[in-house]
Design a protein around this ligand. Structure first.
Ligand SMILES: Cc1ncc(COP(=O)(O)O)c(C=O)c1O
Length: 444
């Protein structure tokens, strides 16, 4: 073929829709640049579970590596039966026809927002992608403050007010999202709050989307998640995935449990229609491994128990370091995040560093100390809030050997690599709030 002459090329005038890189991925890239330049880093920004894939899952995935066909849009019978059993064992009786699987819960949530249409209420703060997905669909995301200490759920009273205002403005809310337990705060809403939320949802005809991806990582194994599906089964969609409890985010497998009754059936048709036009089906070999996982064999139950213990222990150790430095930290109850508030140190931070916003604070932590955390504003907090999301799971180890040791340890915070990172954090926090700045030793 003859070479194309440059004069044959014409500039393309179409402007692609500008979409910012998710804040989590952006901080990761900044840290990677610093690490490549040989500068110290403390990666506390990325929401990855930080533990290896269990060998039994790898075996199950390989067993199905020869499955090349697309398969049913909603997911294989084998997977949907296993997922129905998983939710039934959690007090939510479920039949397989109410399950839809997809390549991660993120695209399933996007498809749900697309199917439901209209404005959606989301907690402030909340996981970065709810509002971002609504914006991609040109749907309004109404951010609603959470009750104190109960992240992941819009205050029911404020939600009721927002419904009235939205109706008056001619843009009624169609849905509300809750995260149980929560990302970014690590807290868990109370049963009473969820029951009130269900009443408000019923009074205002809202669909409830209950993101329960961290459900199995509640730090206290005796505690249970107050799923709105218990009190509003006709209007609650529940989602989960393999990404957090089994650290298989890269395998891209999520599932939703649709409501009972005629609305659930209509939503299933809409969701599978959308899925058929976008991803066709979740990857067949991964569905096989997911069916194994949702069947909850003893070795995976044990693995989740160990990860719960590890997350709880390290999150608490990090929370203690922030508390010792003068921050306020709502007690994390599940998952692997904490959400310290540095407001008590606000005067000092303004006087010494000119910091007046959460983004300036996290920018300073990144540029000066190589500490990667996300400002509360990335989750819908007010810009001046000095809150940040801290995700310590990448401290578990630099390789699988260290990560497995962390998983097996009764006191992971005392392992040398985790203890060094915790000490570095304390050093940074005390330096940040000290009058005269002295250079820090470069420890990690
Ligand atoms: C609250 C919450 N929901 C959903 C997701 C999406 O997970 P996935 O698409 O891997 O299922 C995440 C991932 O960070 C999350 O934190």
């Amino acid at each position: 073929m003859p070479a194309l002459s440059p004069s044959a090329l014409r500039p393309v005038s179409t402007t692609p829709r500008p979409v910012a890189l998710s804040a989590t991925l952006a901080v990761n890239e900044a840290l990677a640049r610093r690490a490549r330049a040989g500068l110290p880093v403390l990666p506390l920004g990325f929401g990855e579970a930080g533990i290896p894939i269990h060998p039994a899952l790898i075996t199950s995935l390989s067993e199905a590596a020869d499955r090349g066909a697309y398969g049913p849009v909603a997911g294989s019978d084998e997977l949907r039966e296993a997922v129905a059993g998983y939710w039934t064992r959690r007090g939510l009786p479920t039949t397989p026809d109410r399950i839809v699987a997809g390549p991660g819960s993120k695209p399933l949530l996007f498809a749900l927002l697309l199917a439901l249409g209209g404005a959606v209420a989301v907690p402030a703060p909340s996981w970065v992608s709810y509002a971002a997905q609504a914006a991609l669909l040109d749907h309004e995301a109404v951010m609603i403050a959470t009750p104190p200490g109960e992240g992941g759920v819009p205050s029911p009273a404020l939600l009721a007010d927002a419904c009235v205002r939205a109706r008056a403005a001619g843009r009624p809310l169609h849905a509300v999202v809750v995260t149980l337990p929560d990302n970014p705060t690590g807290t868990l809403a109370s049963t009473g709050t969820i029951q009130k939320l269900c009443e408000v949802a019923r009074d205002n005809d809202l669909v409830i989307i209950s993101d329960e991806i961290y459900r199995d990582l509640l730090h206290d194994p005796a505690q249970t998640v107050p799923s709105p599906a218990l009190w509003a089964p006709e209007r609650t969609v529940v989602s989960t995935a393999l990404s957090k409890n089994l650290a298989a985010g890269g395998w891209r497998l999520g599932v939703v449990r649709l409501p009972e009754g005629p609305f659930g059936a209509r939503l299933r048709d809409s969701l599978t229609g959308i899925a058929s036009e976008i991803w066709s089906s979740a990857p067949a070999p991964v569905q096989h491994a997911a069916a194994f996982a949702f069947g909850e064999p003893p070795e995976l139950v044990e693995r989740i128990d160990l990860s719960r213990r590890l997350h709880a222990s390290v999150v608490r150790a990090v929370a203690d370091r922030f508390t010792a430095a003068g921050a306020k930290v709502p007690r994390p109850r599940g998952g692997f995040y904490l959400y310290p508030d540095l407001a008590p140190l606000g005067d000092r931070l303004r006087a010494d560093h000119g910091v007046t916003t959460g983004a300036e604070l996290t920018g300073l932590l990144l540029e000066r100390y190589g500490v990667g955390v996300l400002p509360g504003s990335a989750f819908g907090d007010a810009p001046e809030a000095l809150r940040m999301r801290v995700a310590p799971s990448l401290l578990y180890g630099a390789d699988d050997e260290q990560r497995l040791a962390a998983l097996e340890s009764r006191d992971p915070a005392s392992l040398p690599w985790i203890a060094a990172a915790l000490d570095r954090l304390s050093e940074v926090l005390s330096d940040l709030t000290r009058d005269a700045l002295e250079p820090l030793s470069e420890v990690c």
